[in-house]
Write a protein that binds this ligand. Structure first.
Ligand SMILES: [Zn+2]
Length: 476
């Protein structure tokens, strides 16, 4: 390939601590505008911030999950800039010494596993929110001011939109597993900036980096990368270049739009945060957190492969989120057949959730109900197709599968006498199919089975029907 795309990501993640990073205000999403504020998070003169210990704990958990080096030396810096949603006139962040450095996230590509390295993870405060109304007014809500963030910065080591997507998926799943963030992109608790440029491998020429700000869905990350990739290649082809610039993604027009030339680091006039003097973290504090890490996605996947005898692919799908993995394990506790359970979850359950763009926690039924449904099919009380129909009802109504089967009279008919009667009727009505069968047309059998199933309103036991039908065809 002549053109090589180079992508680095910066991800802001809101931590789900109870309180904000420097004060005791609640860190709850939403709420009446400007009701979660105090002199500290508003940055009023004389207010003194105190660093929330939980923020350090969560950052260390994330740093450990992503294989980073954890710094004992904690130093906060002021990043100076003026913006209406930042009343302090500076954002308290970490410049020189991030709490976590280096590290990596692994992504699975067709050609094998790729390590995407991290530059750093640092802690900082979120800003307030500007809300632009239809009447050209700007309203300000400072509930978000002082919400704790970690900023995760990757090295520029991704080369396609797909790699960026896989990186983000792994990152989000891991952060949810270790319970440091809910990672709800629609609520802004995970926001992504993309840095991208393209190199012409024949001439060695490269474009200057564009930064695309504040992407709030994986889809827009992918779309904006694809758009920028083409735009940069076009620039190279024309022998043009642009300055380093900041752009935003316009969802409606499906294109990126220039916001401003990119500010350099010197514009921020970083200075040490004197209200939180640098300090040393005890090793025991860090070790305690590292020794009590929850199971990570790749660890759970390995365990699923060995404990439940699943394929690597199946284990990967079932552990893609902690909730899904827990749902699988709870179902298996109720019916000890891992293969059947994984087939049902990976098949009809996930398909339906994907169709409706829902997560597992929005199901109206629990693991016990799914286990009961699988038992009904396994024990031959209902056939497989009826099982799928019952599952659809469970999705819609949340009713128990046994109740659905009873209410709709769906119990499978396996009684040979009853089935023989139906088969005889169907054969009498379809003389031509019998002739076709005798002439070696196998399709006739499928047609006849379909007619019998129809007559039984889908309730006939297909194995018994198949056996009886073949016997009767030979007799005729
Ligand atoms: Zn506050």
């Amino acid at each position: 390939m002549r053109y090589k795309t180079i992508i680095g990501l910066e991800i802001h993640v809101e931590l789900m601590t109870d309180t904000k990073i420097f004060c005791n205000c609640t860190n709850e999403f939403g709420g009446e505008a400007n009701s979660h504020c105090c002199p500290v998070c508003l940055g009023l003169p004389g207010a003194i911030p105190r660093l929330n210990k939980r923020v350090l704990e969560y950052a260390i958990k994330a740093g450990t999950a992503f294989n980073t080096h954890i710094s004992n030396h904690i130093k906060m810096d002021r990043k100076n800039y003026f913006y209406a949603d930042l009343t302090k006139g500076f954002q308290t962040s970490q410049n020189e010494i991030p709490i976590c450095s280096e590290g990596y996230i692994e992504i699975e590509l067709e050609e094998g596993t790729k390590k995407v390295h991290l530059q750093r993870i640092h802690i900082e405060e979120d800003t307030g929110k500007s809300i632009h109304t239809e009447n050209d007014e700007t309203l300000l809500d400072y509930n978000r001011a002082g919400v704790p963030l970690i900023e995760i910065v990757s090295k520029p080591e991704m080369n396609s939109a797909e790699e960026a997507r896989l990186f983000l998926e792994n990152l989000r799943a891991t952060l949810k597993y270790i319970e440091v963030s809910d990672c709800k992109m629609e609520e802004g608790s995970l926001r992504c900036d993309v840095n991208i440029n393209v190199v012409d491998s024949e001439t060695g020429q490269k474009t200057r980096i564009s930064e695309i700000k504040n992407l709030n869905s994986f889809r827009s990350v992918v779309k904006s990368i694809e758009y920028e990739e083409e735009r940069h290649i076009d620039l190279l082809k024309k022998g043009e270049n642009t300055d380093k610039e900041t752009r935003r993604w316009d969802e409606v027009k499906a294109e990126t739009v220039l916001m401003r030339g990119k500010a350099g680091a010197s514009d921020y006039r970083f200075a040490v945060e004197g209200d939180i003097p640098p300090f040393i973290l005890e090793d025991t504090f860090i070790n305690e957190i590292q020794n009590n890490m929850p199971e990570l996605p790749h660890e759970k996947k390995e365990r699923f492969i060995s404990q439940y005898d699943l394929s690597s692919y199946d284990a990967g799908v079932l552990t893609q989120s902690r909730d899904l993995a827990a749902f699988f394990e709870d179902t298996v506790k109720n019916i000890n057949d891992t293969k059947l359970v994984s087939n049902w979850i990976m098949g009809d359950v996930l398909r339906r959730l994907n169709e409706e763009d829902l997560e597992i926690d929005s199901l109206k039924f629990g693991a016990k109900a799914l286990a009961d449904l699988i038992s009904l099919v396994k024990d031959g009380k209902i056939n497989n197709n009826t099982g799928k129909k019952v599952l659809r009802d469970m999705f819609d109504t949340g009713k128990d599968p046994n109740t659905i089967v009873k209410e709709q009279g769906l119990i499978q008919i396996s009684d040979e006498g009853e089935l023989e009667g139906m088969i005889d009727t169907v054969l009498d009505e379809n003389e031509q199919s019998i002739i076709d069968f005798k002439n070696g047309k196998d399709r006739a059998v499928g047609f006849l089975i379909g007619q019998i199933m129809k007559k039984s309103r889908g309730k006939a036991n297909p194995q018994v029907v198949n056996k009886l039908l073949l016997e009767k065809l030979k007799e005729r």
